[in-house]
Design a protein around this ligand. Structure first.
Ligand SMILES: Nc1ncnc2c1ncn2[C@@H]1O[C@H](COP(=O)(O)OP(=O)(O)OP(=O)(O)O)[C@@H](O)[C@H]1O
Ligand SMILES: [Mg+2]
Length: 375
């Protein structure tokens, strides 16, 4: 199948048709987020998806319950194979869940007729890592494509496409073909195309994974602008915590088909509860070195905005008159609030160790004890 036909099937599938199986083809730090006055635009209720394969069933999603609120930027992060793309394809019913349900603006998709589902699907624009532009069509005609599929008159479709291209910063490139564009420009065209049907939600599946850091930054800024100015709810699927930090209000961490944890980006970043959360946030930066002798206790100090403005560690060392070993430290400015954590090894001397714990308690500095297994 040529690339254009391949992209067309995906697009027609997204905007018009029922989900199909493509045999042999794989298509397939803000601070605390204020949930008050927000209502869910999407609710997933005990969602599950099992694929039947010749090697037996594969449970790609299990017991996924979450709310995505109107107007927010929601991140879904996980390692490769965790189930992220399957989740996004279940959200727009390109993949029918085998358990549970998806609610769009309070209505269950399982109870909708095909026409209604198509309407919901049009309310959810989608962008991908590989852009999926039609190579034989110029930029303007790529953006017009979903409008053509729903029978929009040509002139109206072109006027709308031009406005969208202007908005994504490509007003002067409407005649260019995809092969003449950079990766970042291709993604801008894909964003304009995804917005053509006036979606309420924009689903972004690894939309910046093929881009360099500077281009990633500019695409994330564009998504943020679209969210703010057009009120479009944005769902960002990624395996990079930096993407979540840059634009998301809330995040769900998905691990081996399950939600490991979810919450505001600030909460999750400053105090990840799950092992996968710590792994994604801290990466492989934490190595427990062997200093000889018995292993000493380690604590994770949580910088929650309040504590980060104080020289916590320096004060503690001065007060306790004993050194500590810093195993890991990371604080970040997430939408104006500093968040982060530091893992320190306490002194071997029991009295000094106790003094430090007492200091943390009396100074009301959030901390928790960690073991090597938690790192
Ligand atoms: N159509 C399918 N048929 C069979 N198994 C599938 C199908 N689609 C996905 N899977 C399986 O479901 C699991 C989750 O896949 P999915 O593509 O959702 O992961 P992902 O988190 O998006 O990974 P990546 O970060 O690599 O894109 C994997 O084990 C995958 O092999
Ligand atoms: Mg994926």
């Amino acid at each position: 199948m040529c690339e254009d036909a391949f992209c067309k099937i995906i697009l027609i599938d997204m905007y018009v048709r029922r989900p199909m199986q493509y045999v042999g083809l794989h298509f397939y730090f803000k601070g605390d987020y204020d949930m008050e006055d927000k209502k869910p635009i999407i609710h997933l209720e005990k969602l599950g998806k099992e694929f039947k394969t010749s090697n037996g069933p594969i449970k790609a999603l299990d017991d996924i319950t979450l709310d995505i609120m109107e107007g927010e930027i929601f991140g879904i992060i996980g390692l490769s194979g965790a189930g992220k793309s399957t989740l996004v394809r279940c959200i727009n019913y390109l993949e029918i869940p085998t358990e549970g349900d998806v609610f769009f603006e309070g209505k269950p998709l399982s109870k909708m007729r095909e026409q209604e589902i198509q309407g919901v699907r049009r309310s959810m624009g989608m962008i991908f890592q590989q852009f999926n532009l039609l190579a034989q069509r110029n930029v303007l005609k790529n953006v017009c494509f979903p409008l053509e599929l729903i029978g929009t008159p040509k002139k109206e479709a072109e006027d709308k496409a031009r406005k969208l291209l202007e908005m994504v910063g490509l007003g002067d490139r409407e005649k260019a073909y995809p092969s003449q564009l950079s990766g970042g420009q291709k993604q801008r065209v894909a964003i304009a195309r995804a917005l053509a049907t006036d979606p309420k939600v924009l689903l972004c599946d690894e939309a910046t994974s093929a881009l360099d850091p500077n281009t990633t930054k500019s695409i994330l800024e564009l998504l943020k602008t679209i969210n703010k100015n057009m009120g479009v709810t944005v769902i960002v699927i990624t395996h990079e915590m930096a993407v979540i930090e840059a634009i998301c209000d809330r995040v769900a961490i998905i691990d081996k088909s399950h939600i490991a944890e979810q919450g505001s980006v600030g909460e999750i970043f400053s105090n990840p509860k799950s092992k996968i959360g710590r792994q994604l946030i801290m990466g492989d930066q934490v190595h427990v070195r062997d200093f000889g002798g018995p292993t000493t206790r380690m604590v994770r100090i949580i910088f929650d905005g309040r504590a980060s403005s104080e020289p916590v560690l320096a004060n503690m060392i001065l007060a306790c008159k004993a050194p500590v070993n810093i195993m890991y430290a990371a604080t970040k400015d997430i939408n104006g609030t500093a968040m982060g954590q530091m893992i320190i090894q306490l002194p071997k001397d029991e009295v000094e160790e106790k003094r430090m714990i007492n200091y943390l308690n009396s100074a009301k500095i959030p901390y928790e004890e960690v073991t090597e297994n938690d790192l």
